[in-house]
Ligand binder design. Structure first.
Ligand code: CTP
Ligand code: CA
Length: 226
């Protein structure tokens, strides 16, 4: 019986996950985006669903879809759409995981027609997108748990811990950029998980499914929220 209980540790819990890239339109045929594959988000969604949770995945275009058909998928394109969708789900969620690679900036104006080639240089004015994790972090209720991700190229630990506190996360998962096989498009990852209580977990280079399980294990060790 105890084994059964630990398998379904998240039954009755509602999980919000953002995953994949956002696309920010320039004109009807062009956009700004990034190389996020959504593999980590899909793995986390599957892990929660397999442990009994009701999972809502707010998913950027082209991102990996999980196989488990019980997972609710909310497709979005831009950062603004991702926010609009997430903010609706968030109030009733117990846990929010911010795995998306949200474009930090978007074109200030979206051209109605395809922009024609002109002079030897051109520029596009960009304006800052909504920070979904930051905005929802400000709305976080005492019973809610937030998990963020960080990918840094220098001063990794410092920047990750800064984001942990600024965005009101309970945990932040720092992706290693230094190791081959870790990062955006890969099936494996190597992470350090920093907790708001000061503890840290380090992983080996592992399949993203195993990384997802590690994150869920760490989550279970956090003080119970009521
Ligand atoms: N995030 C988000 N909305 C944004 C930007 C980031 O929800 N507009 C979330 C990401 O999903 C991730 C965390 O915030 O969980 C950190 O993302 P990251 O890009 O590393 O942080 P930024 O605050 O955008 O800082 P920078 O890109 O300058 O390092
Ligand atoms: Ca960013």
């Amino acid at each position: 019986l105890s084994h059964f209980q630990s398998d379904k540790a998240f039954s009755g819990k509602k999980i919000l996950i953002t995953s994949g890239p956002t696309q920010e339109a320039i004109d009807p045929v062009r956009f700004i985006s990034n190389h996020s594959s959504g593999k980590m988000g899909a793995a986390i969604a599957e892990a929660f669903a397999s442990q009994g949770a009701e999972v809502h995945l707010v998913l950027g275009k082209g991102a990996k879809k999980p196989k488990d058909s019980s997972i609710h998928i909310h497709p979005v394109v831009s950062a603004q759409e991702m926010y609009d969708q997430a903010v609706q789900i968030h109030p009733s969620a117990d846990i929010a995981v911010f795995a998306a690679a949200v474009a930090d900036y978007a074109p200030k104006h979206i051209a109605d027609e395809k922009i024609k080639k002109g002079g030897d240089s051109m520029s596009i004015e960009l304006i800052k997108n909504v920070d979904i994790a930051l905005a929802l972090g400000k709305k976080k209720a005492p019973h809610q748990t937030h998990i963020g991700f960080a990918l840094e190229t220098e001063n990794e630990e410092f920047h990750a811990k800064e984001k942990l506190s600024k965005k009101n996360f309970d945990l932040i998962v720092l992706n290693s950029m230094r190791d081959a096989g870790a990062g955006f498009q890969t099936d494996t990852n190597k992470v350090r998980i920093f907790s708001e209580d000061g503890t840290e977990v380090n992983s080996d280079l592992l399949p993203k499914e195993k990384i997802a399980q590690l994150i869920l294990e760490k989550l279970k060790q956090l003080p119970v929220k009521i």
